[in-house]
Design a protein. Structure first.
Lengths: 480, 480, 105
């Protein structure tokens, strides 16, 4: 059943190539159906027993082991939901091929979050590169393939470092079937020499994927060049894979190394936090504003992940899901703007609010969630993280982290203001407002944003506090 | 220490050389059929006969599992090691036959197929060779037939390739032979088993094994003796190139592995082999960097072969039993993914033009979606990305290198893989990028059923081996 | 190493080494494929000489049998080599490998 989360979308994505190329609507709704089915499977599969098949016995034990629960469960839900919404709103050339790639991406990314074996994790980690690379190649604006290469070079380097670390972990420990275990619960502490190198491999993979400053340079271009439905899913979920990795893989398995790296990660996270916010302030391209704002928000989650404080970790879980929801929403809305006005530059747009009130309303909700308005999901995550950081004694980082959160209001409102207010521009086409189907695409996201904002409890409690050193494993609840 | 040679009349002797004998005698039937049959039937009957002979030989070889025989006075031994390599040779030759639907003119087909089989029988002899004479004989049988096969195509580049291969390969044989003479001088025996004892003259032994290894580094086209490979691969007819890329390498690797595992004195084995590991490291880098600039798929696969064999030799680094198993596994995986790519090239070939230039792939994703998807799959496998046997194979090699204390080889392997991704995905990019050059409307080769069969088998095997890495046990080379 | 003969075996080994390096030099320096093939034959025969000399040292006739094998293989190698040279240079005026450079290394 849990394996179906991986197998179904991949099989469906491949089978979609049998649908005639001209049957674009069929392809789209089949894709929506599969993504929705994944959502239902995930809901039903939460807390179900793990599924495992023998893979390798030598040189170390590795199993095709999948399970659903903890933080992974919420991210899989987020993934299925955002894919579903992105596909509902879809209008793109060569639609069938695009839907197929989106389903392959859905399957590969589900694999990352249901993996209970490090090798399975590494396999899907590398696999999820490929659909994104192909989408960057085949739907690149201006036939520009440089972005695809940059995406590949960065993420493959990270993926290979992770693979090498996995191989080393397997050789040292004798088994990679350890996700969800923590040191003392079956896994054993790794010696200092190997542990440092293995942690370095994992951390590099995670930092590139998230991305964290200074490994972020692939990200703005990739987000700008990917078609909006794809970037919605990639920014909502793929960027969380790295943080999920820190919380669920390295925190329980390599706690000493995590602790040793705290200062470094705090510095990287804070620099990213401030740098992302400052750059987002001056961008002209709306997608790049959101891209840099992601850099900023993800830096905050990185701080939480390394704080070791239970409240901050609960906040990280909430903010991971929250950021996924509003960034998916933002990118979908920006896609709708671009589809209508054929541009997404702040300097070229203005006054859309008068012509297209529904579009303005949708963008408004997403922007408010992103800047952390109380009552919406962004706030719940931010306040938990900041409280936790303060409790953990990191006073200065908390103070510094407050600045970009205030700046978020500035750049997000600037985006909204340039698009929606002011006199309508004469030189942009007059287009109809959002169609019902496009509203349908956004409605589930809006509902989820509000729900998570007022009732973050289930997500916040998806982790279980373990051990005296207050290391929280967000996957322990799922390991049976 | 005088030794006598017995004449191979014993029962065990016949059992040992039976598969080899079948492959060596089938060409006589092939030539007979070629003489007697009308022209229209000739090619199909010749191919069928050759395939039947190979399959029968494969069956006979498999039946010998668990019955170690020896022939030629201990010069040829069977056992798990020999059988595995013989089966790889047979499979490689069979796949080359699948691609041979347009090898040479119709009236050359019989001769060409006969030479191919003789060449394969040389490689099979090498697989079981346990003394210097049989090694030399097998190698020359393999090479002499290949010199002729290289020059089969009717274009000048084929003749040039044949000449280059002849001169360079013979020179390498000369080095190897002189090395053999010195080894004989150092130990007083031509049996590999006699080498394990400390040599009478260690200096002579080191010198001899050095020259001997140079010859095999050349045959495996490892850097720095890989320069001939791209030219010969480009010039030779496609089925011959495919044959060389697997069969020659399997034969040479069998000898190398037997020499490294069974023949070297334990005390100084590592000292003698260290240059070989450096060569492997160099190959991983040089092969992958060389592949970057290639615009011809055959040349690309030549450089790729250099790098991939570098991975295989890296697996042997610790001369551990696991390392040998994973080297064999990777060789099998390489056979499938590499021959799959060759089969795709064969499908894109036309009468006088092989479909190996990059331009033949522009827009292939839109003209031949299935073929393009399969080619993508094979290229991902060669690049070591999931879900392919290349991924699992590389992981196993990484693990065995770390295990054997050669972590630096694992790191170089990772670096090489990162470089190679660019080379392979360049073709993927060409297939899927929009409007990269005017796509030629090419029809597929009319006689394409056989290459399609090859593509299908290779694709299935490449996928299945990912999750069922059949690394045969009991493959340590026996030297009695 | 007291072989029962007037000339010490080491002289044969030295001679064979010299012949081997003449062969290597020929392959590297000469540009005529016929001469290159002859140089390769020199390398093979240097090995033969060494094999026979060592067979004498160890009183093991495997070396001599090996030498016979090498002679036959070298003969077939020469036959095939000459055939290829003829095919390549059938239309060329000069027999020179530098003329054959359509494929870039």
């Amino acid at each position: 059943m849990i394996a179906a989360l991986v197998v179904l979308p991949i099989a469906a994505g491949l089978a979609l190539y049998l649908v005639p190329r001209s049957a674009e609507l069929t392809a789209k709704w089949l894709g929506v159906l599969v993504a929705f089915a994944c959502f239902v499977i995930a809901v039903l599969g939460n807390g179900q027993p793990d599924e495992s098949l023998r893979w390798l016995q030598r040189p170390f034990t590795a199993n095709l082991h999948v399970g659903l629960g903890g933080l992974g469960y919420w991210i899989v839900l987020l993934l299925a939901l955002s894919t579903c919404c992105a596909l509902v709103a879809l209008r793109i050339p060569r639609q069938r091929d695009f839907v197929a790639q989106m389903l392959l991406l859905l399957g590969a990314m589900s694999g990352v979050f249901v993996a209970r074996d490090l090798l399975v994790f590494a396999l899907f980690w590398d696999l999820m590169l490929i659909p994104v690379f192909l989408m960057l190649v085949a739907w690149a604006p201006r036939r520009n393939t440089a972005t695809a290469w940059r995406y590949l070079v960065y993420n493959l380097s990270g993926g290979l470092a992770l693979l090498l670390a996995t191989a080393a972990y397997g050789v040292v420990e004798g088994s990679t079937d350890v996700i969800g275990l923590s040191v003392g619960h079956g896994a054993t502490a790794i010696g200092a020499v190997w542990g440092t190198w293995i942690f370095a491999g994992y951390a590099f993979g995670f930092l590139v994927k998230t991305p964290v400053w200074p490994f972020h340079t692939w990200m703005p271009d990739t987000y700008a060049d990917l078609p909006p439905p794809a970037v919605a899913v990639v920014s909502a979920v793929q960027s969380k894979a790295g943080l999920y990795g820190f919380l669920v893989v390295t925190a329980p398995l390599l706690p000493d190394q995590m602790r040793a790296a705290t200062t470094l990660m705090f510095v990287l996270g804070l620099v990213g936090l401030v740098y992302g916010a400052l750059v987002a302030l001056v961008q002209d391209d709306a997608k790049r504003i959101v891209a840099y704002s992601s850099l900023s928000h993800l830096g905050l989650i990185l701080l939480a992940a390394f704080s070791g404080n239970p409240v901050a970790l609960a906040g990280a879980a909430v903010y991971i899901v929250a950021h996924g929801l509003f960034s998916a929403g933002l990118f979908i809305v920006l896609g709708q703007v671009e589809e209508r006005e054929e541009t997404r530059l702040l300097s070229r747009l203005g006054g859309l609010g008068e012509i297209e009130p529904k579009l303005a309303g949708a963008l408004h909700i997403m922007v408010l969630a992103a800047l952390g308005l109380p009552g919406l999901c962004g706030f719940a995550g931010e306040i938990l993280i900041l409280t936790g950081l303060y409790q953990a004694g990191a006073v200065w980082p908390t103070a510094i982290a407050l600045v970009p959160i205030i700046l978020a209001a500035a750049y997000m409102l600037r985006l909204f203001q340039h698009f929606m207010h002011g006199p309508p521009r004469e030189d942009i086409p007059q287009r109809p407002d959002l169609r019902p189907v496009e509203l349908l695409a956004l409605a589930p996201l809006v509902v989820a944003i509000v729900l998570l904002g007022v009732y973050p409890g289930p997500v916040a409690n998806s982790g279980v506090v373990a051990g005296p050193n207050a290391v929280v494993s967000l996957a322990i609840g799922a390991r049976r | 220490m005088p030794s006598t040679l017995t004449i191979p009349w014993g029962n065990a002797d016949w059992n040992a050389i039976l598969p080899l004998g079948v492959v060596a005698l089938t060409p006589l039937l092939v030539i007979l059929a070629d003489l007697l049959l009308p022209r229209s039937l000739r090619r199909s009957v010749v191919l069928a006969l050759a395939a039947l002979g190979l399959i029968y030989a494969g069956f006979l070889a498999a039946r010998g599992w668990g019955h170690p025989y020896s022939a030629f006075g201990g010069g040829f031994v069977t056992g798990g090691f020999t059988i595995v390599f013989q089966e790889i040779v047979i499979a490689g030759a069979l796949f080359s036959l699948l691609l041979a639907t347009h090898l040479g003119r119709d009236d050359q087909a019989g001769g060409a197929v006969a030479l191919l089989l003789w060449s394969a029988s040389g490689a099979m002899l090498m697989a079981g060779a346990a003394n210097l004479m049989t090694i030399f004989l097998g190698l020359e049988l393999l090479s002499l037939a290949l010199y002729c096969l290289c020059g089969l195509a009717a274009r000048p580049s084929a003749r040039e390739a044949a000449l280059k291969y002849l001169i360079l390969s013979s020179t390498a044989s000369g080095f190897m032979l002189y090395g053999m003479a010195l080894l004989f001088g150092a130990t007083g025996s031509v049996q590999l088993s006699a080498f394990a004892a400390p040599a009478a003259s260690p200096m002579l032994f080191t010198l001899g094994s050095g020259l001997f290894l140079i010859g095999f580094v050349f045959k495996l086209s490892l850097a720095p003796f890989h320069i001939w490979t791209p030219d010969v691969y480009e010039g030779a007819p496609l089925p011959v190139t495919a044959f060389m890329s697997v069969v020659t390498k399997a034969g040479a690797l069998a000898v190398l592995a037997r020499f490294a595992y069974a023949a070297l004195p334990q005390a100084n084995a590592q000292a003698i082999l260290v240059p070989l590991w450096i060569v492997a490291a160099l190959s991983m880098i040089v092969g992958n960097v060389g592949a970057l600039a290639q615009t011809d798929v055959k040349r690309l696969l030549a450089y790729s072969g250099t790098a991939q064999l570098g991975y295989v030799v890296a697996a042997l680094a610790g001369t551990t039993s696991l390392g040998l198993r994973y080297a064999i596994f990777y060789l099998v995986a390489y056979m499938f993914m590499n021959l799959g790519a060759f089969a795709v090239v064969a499908l894109l070939s036309r009468e006088h033009e092989e479909g190996s230039h990059l331009s033949a792939y522009a827009g292939l994703g839109y003209r031949q979606p299935v073929l393009a998807a399969l080619m993508t799959f094979f290229l991902l496998a060669l690049a070591g990305l999931p879900p392919t046997a290349g991924f699992t194979g590389k992981l196993l090699i990484l693990a065995s290198s770390v295990d054997a204390g050669y972590a630096w080889l694992a790191v170089i392997l990772i670096v090489g893989t990162a470089i190679s991704a660019y080379a392979y995905l360049k073709i993927v990019l060409a297939m899927y990028a929009r409007g990269a050059g005017a796509p030629l409307q090419r029809a597929l080769h009319p006689a394409s059923a056989l290459p399609w069969l090859g593509v299908a088998i290779c694709a299935i095997a490449t996928f299945v081996l990912t999750f069922y890495p059949l690394a045969p046990s009991d493959v340590l080379p026996l030297v009695k | 190493m007291n072989a029962p003969m007037d000339v010490d075996v080491s002289y044969y080994i030295v001679l064979s080494t010299v012949i081997f390096f003449i062969g290597v030099g020929g392959v590297i320096l000469r540009r005529n494929p016929l001469i290159m093939l002859m140089a390769i034959e020199l390398m093979f025969n240097a090995a033969n000489l060494a094999l026979i000399a060592f067979a004498r040292v160890w009183i093991n006739n495997a070396g001599q049998i090996f030498a016979f094998l090498v002679i036959t293989v070298a003969a077939s190698e020469a036959a095939i080599g000459l055939a290829i040279v003829v095919v390549v240079f059938r239309r060329a005026k000069n027999v020179d490998v530098d003329e054959v450079a359509g494929l870039r290394g």
